[in-house]
Write a protein that binds this ligand. Structure first.
Ligand code: HEC
Ligand code: HEC
Length: 345
């Protein structure tokens, strides 16, 4: 009797192992994302290479409402393609309409980012994707419930098998797939790119060209720097200090980081209103006026690049128009239309 129970247990364990185990020689189809020559090679973690099957699965999951507690919202509810994968609401509505206190960030060119969220509290895209699912003001789900729903779905077990070689769905594989899809969303096709990187002087009109010079002379490009139009650092750009959200300082615990937030990319900035970590500005005109005359001088940790601009940029009305016009040349319409990033059928 004892023996037969033992045999049964061994058999069950072996069976379980067969179901659980990733096929030893499993390989999905490697995927190359095509990119212009002026962009650095995409950094990709060794344990999560981009594959055709992984990206397709991640895309489906990004649009999947089963990732939320009451099946009402997906990642795309707050990161909509039409808005450069950000949210046009100041504070996104999570499950049951609950709101956080930060503006949803735009999700493109994420592969080159070195930390995530306005305060940089997370270091990898894989870990980032874990957070909204369980965040009470976002998707408010339990991973165990989400995994049960996906496992019971007629399609997902097969899709995980083709992406990762196993039908057994866990949160590590879910977040790996989502991160793969996010890395596949790239955006480098704007008039700004044609002007700067392809030396096409006809890509910008006279006002936009004047704006480009103002951008250069107003310190903007020190922080919104390089091909990504961000230097991936944390800085204080002169917004009044709000003790309820000290930003990067709350993560590092250092006095010198209080009131600092992530420098975001200005690519596609015309699509991603409202602006700043708390979505306080509705338009680019308001943002430019902030840098022109609204900086809180004397605030702790104000960035030296902006202290240099005391008492403000002193731009004329025409210069402000030119600067806004230039910022709009950083838009890449193909990002909004690319069917590869849209909700799958
Ligand atoms: C209810 C709205 C909401 C939902 C749903 C949501 N997000 Fe977000 N997302 C935000 C907000 C708000 C932020 C900024 C939060 C912060 O800084 O604390 C953010 C930040 C991010 C960032 C950081 C980008 C950067 O530049 O640092 C990524 C990546 C991201 N979300 C991906 C996702 C993914 C993947 C999902 C689905 C699993 C998701 N989001 C679901 C609102 C949402
Ligand atoms: C010292 C670095 C620095 C300089 C110089 C700077 N910025 Fe910023 N910028 C930031 C930071 C940091 C944020 C995010 C701040 C926040 O949300 O608290 C930001 C946010 C923005 C945003 C909103 C981004 C979003 O995703 O909501 C725009 C637009 C912008 N800056 C444009 C400009 C322009 C135009 C100039 C030049 C006149 C400029 N910046 C100069 C650091 C800088």
């Amino acid at each position: 009797m004892k023996n037969s129970i033992f045999v049964l247990l061994v058999a069950i364990t072996l069976l379980q192992a067969c179901v659980d185990e990733i096929e030893p020689d499993f390989v999905a189809t490697p995927m190359q994302v095509s990119m212009p020559s002026w962009v650095d090679k995409m950094p990709i973690p060794a344990d999560n290479p981009l594959t055709v099957e992984g990206v397709a699965l991640g895309r489906k999951l990004f649009y999947e409402k089963k990732l939320s507690g009451d099946n009402s919202i997906s990642c795309a509810s707050c990161h909509s393609q039409l808005h450069g994968f950000s949210d046009s609401n100041r504070y996104s509505a999570g499950i049951n309409g609950l709101q956080g206190n930060r503006q949803a960030m735009a999700v493109f060119n994420m592969a080159w980012e070195t930390s995530f969220f306005w305060d940089g509290r997370i270091a990898t895209l894989e870990k980032q994707a874990h957070d909204p699912v369980v965040n009470p003001v976002e998707m408010n789900a339990q991973w165990s419930d989400v995994l049960r729903k996906l496992q019971a779905d007629p399609q997902y077990p097969n899709l995980f098998k083709s992406a990762f070689g196993t039908e057994r769905i866990d949160s590590v594989l879910v977040t790996k797939a989502i991160a793969q899809f996010e890395r596949s969303i790239v955006s480098f096709d704007s008039r700004y790119d044609r002007y700067v990187y392809k030396n096409d002087t006809s890509a910008l009109n006279a006002s936009e060209k004047r704006g480009a010079l103002i951008f250069e002379n107003s310190a903007c490009l020190h922080c919104h720097a390089g091909v990504l139009l961000t230097d991936n650092s944390f800085r204080n750009n002169g917004l009044p200090f709000d003790p309820s959200d000290p930003g990067y300082g709350a993560v590092t615990g250092k006095a010198e980081d209080m009131g600092k937030f992530k420098v975001t990319s200005l690519r596609n900035i015309a699509y991603t209103a409202p602006y700043m970590h708390d979505g306080r500005f509705k338009t680019l005109e308001e943002v430019v006026e902030h840098y022109n005359s609204g900086i809180t001088f004397g605030i702790a940790n104000l960035d030296p690049f902006l202290i240099g601009a005391t008492p403000g940029l002193g731009l004329s009305p025409q210069q402000k128009v030119d600067l806004v016009a230039f910022l709009k040349t950083m838009s890449d319409e193909s990002l909004l239309r690319n069917p590869a990033y849209a909700k799958p059928d």
